[in-house]
Design a protein around this ligand. Structure first.
Ligand code: NAD
Ligand code: UD1
Length: 339
């Protein structure tokens, strides 16, 4: 069995990727300190997979632990999800973000090199593009100054990976720039578990419909878009998970000393109001929402060009926005009023 280490594998995207890896014949091994996830994810995974996954509880900034994990397993590759991701918090506690997100990558690269593990897939974000002038945004669009320390950690990590490969090491690395991950595993056994009040649109919608939040505020309807609300590219988390499997397969065919990056989105943009209408159609509920002021720092519109990932990795999304919303709602209903 080809073992893959997934750092942050108990998190939202990591847990769905664990399922996709098993489906593709890999054996994922998780390391997570549960700083932003719950151990119940492991039982959700067991329900889906019919078996326990091996996992280590601990911090991937702990190089002693990481060395132990690498000594005990023969990894074909690593997917590095572990990071803090709350944009607002990163503006208040920038050092927490720089330290966790950057140190963990450096320690991981050193440990991989020490153990002769070459292949790495790194979680980056479309946040590196800011508001692009031309849409859909392609990978060669220049990145803009980051809006937040969180966004800056993604830019810095991409730069570290590029420079590391430039130095001539034998590693093979792909950065995936995720657009807006939504949805849940169709079984409803795993999904997104936002801690506290969600910042992201879809969990806020499903929690409002569940009665956990009183009402959703649409952040502005005076943008230059079809209905005035912002446009994003919402990608089903299982499609995103599959992109990691394709990236690993592609890396294994490359010569040493390889780096590339890919957008992972659907190629379609939807407005906030379209997402709400889709939710209302699927759930048959009227959502309590109102139009509020713009959220500072919001981008007006962004969606991905998926040409490169389709052509090079042979990946394309299978799920629609309706599927994503249905699966998010199914997951929320299983969670009930738990937050
Ligand atoms: P998440 O918070 O659900 O998952 C991250 C996991 O990493 C959590 O389980 C957390 O406990 C763990 N973790 C954090 N720091 C750790 C450390 N030092 N050691 C061990 N475990 C640690 O987040 P997610 O949505 O699954 O995101 C995964 C990755 O994708 C992150 O790097 C994130 O920045 C990136 N990303 C996410 C989005 C998004 O909207 N969800 C968009 C773009 C990029
Ligand atoms: C957020 C992150 C970004 C990350 C991206 C992908 C911020 C500022 N940015 O961006 O770094 O890469 O997720 O996960 O958090 N909306 C509402 N009402 C709400 C919540 C959201 O109208 O209560 C709107 C927003 O204005 C936006 C859209 O819904 O237009 C999506 O918002 P969100 O889910 O927070 O994602 P992004 O803003 O794209």
């Amino acid at each position: 069995m080809k073992k893959i280490l997934i750092t942050g594998g108990a998190g939202y995207i990591g847990s769905h990727t664990a399922v996709a890896l098993v489906d593709a014949g890999f054996e994922p091994v998780i390391i997570d300190n549960f700083s932003n996830s719950d151990k119940s994810v492991l039982s959700g995974l067991k329900h889906i997979l019919g078996k326990d996954l091996s996992y280590y509880e601990g911090d991937c900034n702990d190089s002693t632990l990481l060395n132990k994990v690498f000594s005990e397993n023969d990894f074909q590759g690593v997917i590095h999800f572990a990071a803090f991701k709350a944009v607002g918090e990163s503006t208040q506690l920038p050092l927490k973000y720089y330290s966790n997100n950057i140190d963990s990558l450096l320690i991981l690269l050193e440990t991989m090199a020490a153990h002769g593990v070459k292949d790495l897939v790194f979680s980056s974000s479309c946040t590196v593009y800011g508001q692009p002038d031309v849409l859909p945004v392609s990978e060669d669009t220049p990145r803009q100054e980051a809006e937040s320390p969180y966004g800056n950690t993604k830019k810095i990590c991409e730069d570290i990976l590029r420079d590391y490969i430039k130095s001539g090491v034998n590693s093979r690395i792909i950065s995936l720039r995720y657009f807006n991950p939504v949805g849940a595993h169709p079984s409803g056994e795993i999904g997104e578990l936002p801690l506290g009040v969600p910042n992201n649109l879809v969990p806020f919608i499903t929690q409002t419909a569940m009665g956990i939040r009183e009402k959703l505020t649409v952040f502005g309807n005076d943008y230059n878009t079809a209905d005035g609300s912002c446009v994003r590219d919402y990608i089903h988390v299982m499609d995103l998970a599959d992109a990691h499997v394709k990236a690993l397969a592609y890396l294994s065919q490359q010569k040493d000393n390889f780096y590339d990056l890919f957008n992972v989105g659907t190629g379609n943009g939807n407005t906030v109001l379209e997402v709400i209408q889709t939710f209302e159609k699927i759930s048959q509920l009227a959502l309590n929402y109102h139009i509020g002021p713009r959220r500072p720092g919001d981008i007006e519109k962004v969606w991905a060009s998926t040409e490169k990932i389709q052509k090079v990795l042979g990946w394309k999304p299978k799920y629609s926005l309706e599927d994503s919303i249905r699966d998010s709602w199914n997951w929320q209903q299983k969670l009930g009023e738990k937050v």
